[in-house]
Design a protein around this ligand. Structure first.
Ligand code: EAX
Length: 330
């Protein structure tokens, strides 16, 4: 009987270890957090805050190490694959390639979907946003929160762009995103998808004339040094940044730590969006000092009109009703 008890005890202990349900007091881990951006970009300022809070709140049991500037992959698609496989634990990424992992997320990529930051927060922090985050589970990814990239703007080396016709024929890099690609084609530009890690050199060698990104990405990467002298405040699409975690890593954590990661991810989302928004105007003024021509009075209606046909192009995947629920949120 003693032997049976011992064997039973052993089996229970083994099961315990194998399902990874250590108590929070004994769980220890060192995790990798990656992004395409450098330490001065709001992604990594947010990441640093997250790492500090996790360290403090777990009394040093969990260390989050930061890997900025494409150190763990040449772009966001590659790094999201790393998240799926568990080679990367945490990732701040735009929605660029994410439709290939969780198709529903592409609904946020439609041009001129959001009016302003208030509208963005309302949708992303409400039931629609939560559903989009939850959908990632099917792709073996735990999406913790929506951090921010920002409203995207068109930049180029050819000349000032005030209305959509001024951009005709421009060879621009887009993200690896079918909605963005279709929008720019429809608008009469010549878009080509590319991983972020290849963009600076492609601009420098003038393989492409331009690109589009939020102010913080343009600024932190000093794209004027790659010949991008013309910046137009097109605000053609809002670019959210899901803060992703490997489901493998998440599932191996004790419940208490899982809850801590979700809570801290959401808390940093608020901080990260704020510092991003607060710094945009200063960065724009600094860019002008660097010799960038900033076109502020963009005819946004011309872009909106030129891109509008893509809403019906994708109507099989995203119904008018679904899109309108987001557009009309107040
Ligand atoms: O997420 O690839 C892109 O243009 C992204 O906006 C950038 O990597 C930040």
């Amino acid at each position: 009987a003693m032997k049976r008890v011992i064997m039973f005890g052993f089996a229970v202990l083994t099961a315990f270890a194998w399902t990874g349900t250590a108590t929070a007091a004994e769980y220890k881990a060192t995790m990798k957090l990656a992004s395409t951006q450098a330490m001065d970009h709001p992604y990594m300022v947010g990441a640093q805050k997250f790492a500090d809070l996790i360290k403090e709140r777990t009394n040093g049991r969990i260390t989050v190490k930061l890997y900025p500037s494409n150190q763990l992959g040449k772009g966001e698609r590659e790094m999201t694959e790393g998240i799926q496989q568990g080679a990367i634990d945490l990732l701040v990424t735009s929605t660029g390639p994410l439709g290939g992992f969780s198709p529903s997320i592409n609904i946020l990529d439609f041009p001129f979907l959001f009016r302003d930051f208030k509208h963005v927060d309302l949708v992303l922090d409400g039931p629609i946003g939560q559903k989009l985050l939850d959908d990632f589970e099917k792709a073996n990814i735990k999406a913790l929160a929506f951090w921010e990239n920002g409203f995207r703007h068109l930049t180029n080396a050819r000349g000032p762009v005030k209305k959509v016709e001024d951009g005709k024929g421009l060879k621009i890099r887009t993200m690896e995103n079918k909605v963005h690609l279709a929008a720019w084609k429809t608008a009469g530009l010549n878009p080509t998808p590319m991983a972020w890690g290849e963009v600076f050199t492609a601009l420098q060698q003038r393989v492409i004339d331009g690109q589009e990104n939020p102010i913080a990405v343009f600024y932190s990467n000093k794209l004027w040094d790659a010949g991008q002298k013309h910046f137009s405040l097109t605000e053609h699409v809002y670019s959210p940044s899901p803060f992703l975690m490997s489901k493998k890593t998440f599932d191996a954590m004790p419940k208490e730590d899982q809850q801590l990661f979700v809570k801290t991810g959401l808390e940093v989302a608020k901080f990260q969006r704020k510092i991003n928004r607060d710094a945009e105007e200063t960065k724009l003024q600094d860019m002008a000092k660097q010799g960038v021509t900033v076109t502020r009075d963009v005819d946004k209606a011309s872009f909106k009109k030129a891109m509008a046909p893509i809403y019906s192009e994708f109507s099989a995947q995203f119904s008018k009703a679904e899109i309108e629920t987001i557009m009309n949120a107040k």
